[in-house]
Design a protein around this ligand. Sequence first.
Ligand SMILES: Cc1cc2nc3c(=O)[nH]c(=O)nc-3n(C[C@H](O)[C@H](O)[C@H](O)COP(=O)(O)OP(=O)(O)OC[C@H]3O[C@@H](n4cnc5c(N)ncnc54)[C@H](O)[C@@H]3O)c2cc1C
Length: 387
Amino acid sequence: MDPILICGGGIGGLSAAIALVRAGMPVKVLEQAPSFSEAGAGIEIGPNAARHLATWGLKELISAFSNEPEGIQVYDGLKGDLLTTVPLGKFVRDRYGSPYLVIHRKHLQYCLLEAAVELDGLEIETGFKLTHVEVQLDGVTAKSEAGGTAQGRALVGADGLWSTVRGCISDDEPQPSGVTAWRALLPTARTPETADKPYIGLHLGPHGHVIHYSLEAGKSTNVVAMIKETINFDGWASPGKRDDLLPYFDAWSDRVFELLERSKDWHKWTVMSMDPLERWGKGLVTLIGDAAHPIEPFMAQGGAAAIGDAASLAKAVAAQPDDISKAFRAYEATRQTRATRIQKASHQRGRIYHLSGPMRWTRNQLLRRQAPETLLTHYDWLYSPVK
Ligand SMILES: Cc1cc2nc3c(=O)[nH]c(=O)nc-3n(C[C@H](O)[C@H](O)[C@H](O)COP(=O)(O)OP(=O)(O)OC[C@H]3O[C@@H](n4cnc5c(N)ncnc54)[C@H](O)[C@@H]3O)c2cc1C
């Protein structure tokens, strides 16, 4: 039997490969990079995603590399006042049956690859940059930039924000959201004491916010500063100069300014957004992860949603292995509404984070007065197991 081809070996592609092979389907992953070498920084894994990783046998491996923060300490970014502490840790495990974790992206990739290479029926070809797809009645042919071909039963586009596979289904393209994300990894020895805690720190301010958490068994601190700015889009990720970043935070609390000042090596990303696609698939082709639904990172859910897509896709294919087109449509029907809800909720979260003037004051009052658990349980629809 020809394998199902998966274009892209990122979080979504590797997750789909693991889930599909475990469901009895041979898979071939086509990854454009010559080798797997995720640099990047930290990523939060909500309980909705941690649950699937555990199902795929990754619980121990992931917990060896990840941290489980006790909560999210939310501050007013300008004044430095603590507004609330949203409980994570035990509260999340008790309520949702799986943990809220943070992990370095290179370690998440390592764990997924470790799980993948263990499985019979899973092949990975690196250095295959898909440029063209031919869809026949009973299969697909993927062609690479270098002239290679791969034959499959069907094709899953897990090729991220700038998906080539999406071109088979839609002409829509992501657009700059008006926010730039700056990221740095700070060795713990250089992390100010105020930030070196078993909590995620979140500092809200007009026109931006800052988030930080401890990674790699306490060896480093992941720092992300998001700023609203008019962007001349110059690519996905590029080095950023600290001196260009700091002026945005001149009026912020000392604890934020000091943290940003101590981080030397910055990279910046243009955060992109895209209106929900009318459809995610056609015939023997479907999409998952950022290729299907780029999610602004204000709820830390893009990777988690890709993992959830992978689990749903495998379930749908296992239910009708003899009719992959139908299985793909069933998968899309279960995930599309949910992904749109996450996209909208993330966008809304960003607007709340960046309020200014009287609205900022009102938000702060609400955060102070509201029971901290409700800030999380408001998202039960997201974190609870999907029925
Ligand atoms: C600042 C920031 C912070 C974030 N924080 C979080 C967080 O804390 N938690 C969370 O869950 N999410 C977070 N996200 C979102 C998350 O990073 C993405 O949603 C996730 O990486 C999407 O995974 P993916 O597999 O769909 O795409 P990608 O990770 O982009 O993977 C796509 C893969 O496809 C390959 N590829 C691309 N084109 C081709 C081609 N033509 N042929 C072959 N291969 C190809 C690429 O090389 C890559 O390996 C954040 C995003 C940003 C920008």
